[in-house]
Structures are given as structure tokens and as C-alpha cells.
Design a protein around this ligand. Structure first.
Ligand SMILES: [Zn+2]
Length: 81
């Protein structure tokens, strides 16, 4: 889980769009800038829109953890709106 210092600085999203629920594999294109969490091991990465998620060799799982899949955890408001 991402850490933060003051909950009032953040807005909780109440009507999440699809980008919050989709999962992305290694080296897929990042749809929106933010912090993504691997659903298998909870490792997190920050990724920018249009870049690629880390490659397959970024980290490995035991078989029981399943494949590396990234899911949005925190969206970064890069436009300041
Ligand atoms: Zn992982």
C-alpha cells in the first residue's frame, strides 16, 4: 500500500473509471500516470502515462503468487485540475 502523511490532502475517488480496475502485464503501455501495485506480491511502481510498465525481468513470483499484473493504486493529477 502506498503511504501518505495527511489523508485530507487526497481525494477519494467515488466513481472510478475502468483504468482503476484493469490489470496490465509487463511492458504494456501505461494508460494513466500513477502508482500501480502488483496484485501478486503488492510491490508498487510509479509509472507515467505513455511509458511502458516494467519488463518481465523486473521481478519474479513464486508460482503461487501468479503472474505479474499491475493495477492502479493512486492516480496522479498531472494536470492540476
Ligand atoms: Zn509482483
Amino acid at each position: 500500500m502506498a503511504y501518505y502523511t495527511d489523508n485530507s490532502k487526497f481525494d477519494k475517488i467515488t466513481n472510478p473509471s475502468d483504468v482503476w480496475s484493469k490489470q496490465f502485464g509487463p511492458a504494456e503501455t501505461v494508460p494513466a500516470s500513477g502508482i500501480y501495485r502488483c496484485i501478486g506480491c503488492k510491490k508498487e511502481v510509479t509509472s507515467n502515462k505513455g511509458d511502458k510498465f516494467p519488463p518481465q525481468n523486473h521481478h519474479q513470483h513464486a508460482t503461487s503468487a501468479g503472474p505479474v499484473k499491475w493495477q492502479m493504486n493512486v492516480w496522479t493529477n498531472t494536470e492540476g485540475k
